[in-house]
Write a protein of this length. Structure first.
Length: 128
């Protein structure tokens, strides 16, 4: 996987998300998992799997008459890159305005605040 972040659509992310849960996986398994959330057409899922392989986000291994798909990028790695890109684009790399936006909208739960406090305390401990 290159250092460049692949451009993944929301639908491609949905496919990748169910593969991250447990792999290697067949296209039929992916379809079954996706259909637990909402109805997906087989051809659509197979097209998305092909795109993710082309983008080097998924790898595959042929086993008898079917393909077994596995992610080539970890969920944590992708999430980290996406978060960094999001903060960079919308908040000029500053996290405080983003958190303030959530706080001002009253969308932060008490648990969210506790987790943020713990993160800040850990950062202070690590960077003292």
């Amino acid at each position: 996987m290159t250092n460049q972040r692949p451009d993944i659509s929301n639908a491609e992310f949905d496919v990748l998300d169910v593969i991250w849960d447990d792999y290697p996986v067949t296209s039929n398994d992916v379809i079954a998992r996706l259909n637990q959330r909402k109805e997906w057409h087989e051809k659509t899922v197979k097209t998305l799997l092909g795109r993710l392989v082309k983008k080097e986000v998924l790898g595959f291994e042929k086993q008898q008459r079917q393909y077994l798909y596995s992610p080539l990028i970890a969920r944590e790695e992708y999430t980290k890159k996406e978060t960094s890109s999001f903060v960079s684009r919308l908040f000029k790399g500053k996290i405080a305005p983003m958190v303030a936006g959530f706080a001002n909208q009253n969308t932060l739960s008490k648990q969210d605040v506790e987790e943020l406090k713990a993160l800040i305390q850990q950062w202070e401990k690590d960077n003292d």
